[in-house]
Design a protein around this ligand. Sequence first.
Ligand code: ADP
Ligand code: ZN
Length: 292
Amino acid sequence: MYFGAVEAGGTKMICAVADDQMTIIDQIAIPTTTPQETLAQIFVFFDRYSLVAMGVGSFGPIGVDPAKESYGYILATPKKGWTDFDFLGSLKERYKIPFAWTTDVNAAAYGELKQGAAKGKTSCIYLTVGTGIGAGVVVNGEIFQGNGHPEMGHIRVKRHPSDDYEGTCPYHGDCLEGLAAGPSLEARTGIKGQELPEDHPIWGIQAYYIAQALMNYTLTLAPEKIILGGGVMNQEHLLQKIRQQFTEQMAGYMETPEVNEYIVRWALPNQSGIIGSLLLGKDAANQKGFLV
Ligand code: ADP
Ligand code: ZN
């Protein structure tokens, strides 16, 4: 019995097939070009299997409300050719099986909850700090989405006193993503994040913003675990700086788990999203009675 999953990103589509133990038996990465070209390659990969169900964790924003016409669509993305593309519909047309459909970060949060850093918990937040900033939320063991999905990367943050950078977000300028995603590091310093030395003052500014976001999420949702992923979080010293800032900013107001246990790195590096998507696909099959 095989399950399929797609972790759809703006740069690449990771496609995987797993057996009923959720062990991945086949996986590829397909470059994200035009929807037609990309889908053709996705079909070549999955056509070789007889799948029971499929889970998709997609870059967004996406339509997640089944009552709306936009359900399954990629919405206002800057990625050329993908705006208002019926991604889920195109997959469903090809494969007449149950589908799960959510954001890439929601899928990653679910993967980490079931098999990663938040295993055994019922709630967590997964935050990626990469080309953009996005977060996924699991509450009571289920992905949280309502009238659309949260966009927690675009919250407002208080400015660091020594930062006057205008921000990279095309919508808001200096929202969290505008001030703290990977491209903002390079825009401020002229140096790519991965090449910035550990003692560069930018990391203090970076930690100040991310810690504020984590405090706001904690105050709003009180999750059991916050998991950080994405390219920028490869800076190990940054995690420690974020924890320190978080503790300082929270100022003892709210009780959280011990900070080193509470704010952690992903446990499934680069795999949280695809594993979460597989698990969601299996859940979808269960709900539709496809698995007995
Ligand atoms: P994406 O978000 O596109 O899926 P990544 O999570 O790898 O991809 O994020 C890419 C961004 O992260 C780029 O802005 C890059 O400069 C930055 N980045 C990647 N690796 C590191 C690193 N080791 N340290 C700091 N920044 C990094
Ligand atoms: Zn923004």
